[in-house]
Write a protein that binds this ligand. Structure first.
Ligand code: SF4
Length: 477
């Protein structure tokens, strides 16, 4: 099939899948689906819009974006899921943002703290209860450097004033108590939760830390949540080239790292979607420059390291060349093992706000091809960063529904699907290799030179597992 025929066939597939919807939903969803063509102005999809009711979106809410993503990983702050028990319970320890430290002493990441609203809290308000909980937190966990209050849906609906509780308790406990208005009814996805969480750091945390000298090689990593140890793998390379990683936002991070995020020579941003707000703010307010980088797969790591080194002196630039040469030899060994087992395999992705574009290079290093990709909650600038990386004919889907993704996969027959926990078992039952691309399927890290061999091994393990030959009973073949 020629490329133009393939583009045409995939456009027809989109039309066919849309047929099932009522007129209004069809019109809406059509704007979120596209096929990459040579002239990419035509492949711009609409994004960051409200989900069509009832279509089984994979999206989460602002609380997930604020508590689950941005605030939850900060280890020496106690994060209170403020509201009924559900949201904190379901988001308890299921995002693999690893943190070092003594659990319960100076690391509270593995805990669930909640105000566990009852009917009386809805009727009379939860502010008094919140005050009492903060007092108890400080008494029981005296090393907690601060408290964040992550609002769940009811808080904003019943007229509670968590800001004034936070002001009073900041004074009383002599540590920052941060109100975060991330009720799940706000916005249309996790994305507004990121923004609200960034604004809370801006308003209550940044610039309020202990004095700190800035060394010539001090840098910060912004938007790495240390899934399966990703941020540690990234930090390791940056330190090998001679830089000094003093802050990570927010995987394995501390209150002090947030307070002094601006006191570095350069901020490196991995997840642009969730933290561009604070990167921009630090640049505008404190003049701290930032740049985007990508540590998935040797090609992107090399490009990123050279870009980062260009900001520093000759010694860093020389170290960078040496480190790249050392690791490229190691990475070539990985490629020699796995590429013959994976080359030519087709992949479809569907993840949140960064990985649908950021992992493309790592797959390509293994000779694999991305034939479909899309985001849950990306904005226009994310898609603009994505299109140049995609081949013609790639299917692009924004806030894809469960039905659409299933139909696309059935038709395009990829060799591997990379998506989330809600998708995993559907596709495995269809007999398709699947890897979780949020949780790394309890593996990882995937970032950095330490991560790539694990990534390659995991993709091989999924694609070439003998299981797939046993999906059909022998008498049905
Ligand atoms: S939408 Fe509301 S109730 Fe649901 S998880 Fe988010 S904050 Fe909790």
């Amino acid at each position: 099939m020629s490329i133009s025929e393939m583009v045409q066939a995939r456009k027809e597939l989109v039309n066919q899948v849309l047929e099932v919807y009522p007129e209004k939903a069809k019109k809406n969803r059509r704007q979120h689906l596209s096929v990459k063509e040579s002239d990419c102005s035509s492949c711009a999809v609409k994004s960051n819009g409200k989900t069509v009711p009832g279509i089984m979106t994979a999206r989460g809410c602002a609380y997930a974006g604020a508590k689950g993503v941005v605030w939850g990983p900060v280890k020496d702050i106690v994060h209170i899921s403020h509201g009924p028990v559900g949201c904190g319970f379901y988001s308890w320890a299921n995002r693999r943002n690893l943190a070092e430290g003594e659990v319960g002493i100076d690391n509270f990441v593995p805990f669930q703290f909640t105000s566990d609203f009852q009917e009386s809290d809805i009727i009379y308000g939860g502010d008094k209860k919140l005050e009492k909980i903060i007092e108890e937190v400080v008494e029981l966990f005296p090393n907690a450097k601060g408290v964040s209050v992550l609002s769940e849906c009811p808080v904003g609906l019943i007229g509670d004033d968590i800001e004034s509780v936070a002001r009073r308790m900041t004074e009383k406990t002599q540590r920052p108590v941060v109100p975060v208005r991330c009720e799940g009814f706000r916005g249309i996805s996790q994305s507004l939760g990121h923004h609200i969480a960034n604004d809370a750091i801006r308003d209550h945390i940044i610039g309020k830390g202990p004095e700190r000298e800035i060394g010539p090689y001090d840098i910060g990593i912004i938007g790495d949540y240390n899934i399966g140890g990703d941020a540690w793998a990234s930090k390791k390379i940056l330190e090998e080239i001679g830089l000094n990683v003093v802050n990570i936002w927010t995987g394995d991070s501390t209150l002090e790292m947030l307070q002094n995020g601006h006191l570095v020579k350069l901020n490196l941003i991995h997840c642009y979607r969730s933290m561009n707000y604070m990167a921009n703010y630090m640049e505008e307010t404190y003049g701290t420059p930032w740049l985007e980088f990508n540590f998935f797969g040797p090609t992107k790591i090399k490009e990123s390291l050279l870009k980062i080194a260009a900001h520093f002196d000759d010694s860093i630039r020389e170290n960078t060349q040496r480190v790249i040469a050392k690791y490229e030899a190691e990475m070539q060994k990985v490629i020699d093992i796995y590429r013959p087992r994976l080359a030519g395999k087709k992949v479809m992705l569907y993840v949140g706000g960064l990985r649908p574009r950021h992992v493309v290079g790592a797959y390509e290093d293994l000779g694999m091809e991305i034939i479909g990709t899309g985001y849950e909650f990306a904005h226009k600038e994310d898609y603009e960063r994505t299109y140049p990386q995609l081949k013609e004919g790639t299917l692009i889907y924004d806030d894809v529904s469960a039905l659409e993704l299933e139909e696309f996969v059935k038709d395009l027959k990829p060799d591997l699907v990379g998506s989330g926990i809600k998708e995993k078992y559907v596709f495995e039952k269809m007999g398709l290799p699947f890897r979780q691309m949020h949780s790394w399927d309890y593996s990882g890290p995937y970032h950095g030179y330490d991560g790539f061999p694990i990534f390659a091994r995991d993709m091989d393990m999924a694609v070439n597992s003998p299981t797939w030959k046993s999906i059909k009973a022998p008498w049905m073949k």
